[in-house]
Design a protein around this ligand. Structure first.
Ligand code: FAS
Ligand code: PHB
Length: 389
């Protein structure tokens, strides 16, 4: 098989790249390890930056997003029994859009099908080769049959546990990582959200987050031990712990119900440099991971694809490779600022037992400063809505 771009992974990064390239008449093949059904069943991110919304609309997949996405002009932080609001629109002139990553992936998958784009799922043994030549290739096995795809470029959009990153030689790749001593236990429930906007909670028992997917579908998280297991958490135990972390009036207005999804996500900060090697370009979680506190993971995958699609178009349309050569540098400048913000939000809002009483006082001072200084609020707001591409 021959194509121009071989894309490994059909998450948001891979699917969006395929769609943007298709619109410019550039051909691609997407390889996916899991089944379509599994990919479309994942519950992940929920907050889209305006840059993400604009790029998805420009890619022709914004109809349901514009129709069902909820624009939020702010969010709240609850601490010391109070709820205080960060006025995103007042601080920056912009807001964010609540629209589940599951929906984004579905919209992109529908567009791929409508365009007749090749998406080969349930593949295994994906191998990358000849990266330093003009004829790189990807090999894969499906239903016992091994195939090779000759291509011009390879996009590694296969997430943190994918194979692309390992195709970069160990003496070239540099990895930066911070593991957090806790995870997030998340629940999805067909209940009305407790707030009109998101509520991030700082509490001595641990962090919590009250989010949503629609006016009848709520998404909640509580900080849990990094070795916690889901089966030890009945719905009742989850709701009791969430209520214990909310301000009393908020706890009283919480509507609970049976969970339709319950899972634990580990928290880590991770960056792999460089994000390119020869004709391989990494994008999204294949290259970087952020703790979800700042709602940056999905949005960073989108901005990587903005840079990569723009660079590939310059190659094919203008025979200009300057942007391809600068890809990693362009992405990392924005990635590291999002890593900083996500680390800062996580450090501010979670309970760190090893930080002791001094650490707790520093968090209190940070929260006090945040709500007594417009400069501090504007700084948080401009990072939360997303720094410019
Ligand atoms: P993805 O991981 O979405 O997609 C990679 C794809 O590659 C997958 O479909 C995988 O099956 C496939 N793949 C892997 N190895 C392969 C191989 N060898 N061959 C072929 N295909 C292969 N972000 C937020 O902003 N907010 C959140 O609340 C949030 N919650 C999250 C919860 C969890 C449990 C996880 C894991 C992530 C969460 N994230 C969140 C981050 C998440 O949204 C990612 O940033 C986003 O999915 C990145 O998209 P991709 O880079 O496309 O990677
Ligand atoms: C979510 O709704 O899943 C969500 C929202 C904001 C975050 C993380 C997750 O910071």
């Amino acid at each position: 098989m021959r194509t121009q771009i071989a894309i490994i992974g059909s998450g948001p990064a891979g699917l969006l790249l395929g769609q943007l390239l298709h619109l410019e008449g550039i051909e691609s093949v997407i390889l996916e390890r899991r089944s379509r059904k599994h990919v479309l069943s994942r519950i992940r991110a929920g907050v889209l930056e305006q840059g993400t919304v604009d790029l998805l609309c420009g890619a022709g997949v914004g109809e349901r997003l514009r129709d069902q996405g909820q624009v939020h002009d702010g969010f709240e932080i609850a601490f010391c029994g109070l709820r205080k609001r960060i006025d995103l629109r007042g601080c920056t002139g912009s807001g964010v859009t609540i629209y589940g990553q599951t929906e984004v992936t579905g919209d992109l998958m529908d567009a791929r099908d409508a365009a007749g784009g090749a998406l080969i799922d349930e593949v295994s043994d994906v191998r990358i080769g000849a990266l330093q030549t003009r004829q790189p290739f990807v090999e894969y096995t499906r239903a016992g049959d091994t195939q090779r795809i000759q291509c011009d470029f390879i996009a590694g959009c296969d997430g943190y546990h994918g194979v692309s990153r390992s195709a970069i030689p160990r003496d070239v790749l540099r990895e930066y990582e911070r593991e957090y001593p806790f995870g997030w236990l998340g629940v999805l429930a067909e209940t009305p959200p407790v707030g009109n906007e998101l509520i991030y909670v700082h509490h001595e028992r641990g962090f919590a987050l009250c989010s949503m997917r629609s006016s009848s579908l709520s998404r909640y998280y509580i900080q849990c031990a990094s070795d916690e297991v889901v089966k030890r958490w009945s719905d009742e135990r989850f709701w009791d712990e969430l209520r214990a972390r909310l301000p009393p009036a908020t706890a009283r207005s919480l509507v609970t119900g049976p969970s339709i999804e319950k899972s634990i996500a580990p928290l880590r900060s991770f960056v792999a440099e460089p994000m390119q090697h020869g004709r391989l370009f990494l994008a999204g979680d294949a290259a970087h991971i952020v703790p979800p506190t700042g709602a940056k993971g999905l949005n960073l995958a989108v901005s990587d694809i903005y840079y990569l699609s723009r660079a590939l178009l310059a190659h094919y349309r203008d025979a200009d490779d300057a942007r391809l050569q600068a890809y990693s540098e362009d992405c990392l400048r924005r990635v590291w600022k999002a890593e900083r913000f996500s680390w800062w939000m996580t450090s501010l809002l979670h309970r760190f037992p090893q930080a002791g009483a001094f650490g707790e006082r520093i968090q209190q001072a940070e929260l006090d400063y945040l709500f007594s200084s417009r400069a501090a609020s504007v700084s948080l707001a401009e990072n939360y809505i997303g720094l410019p591409f």
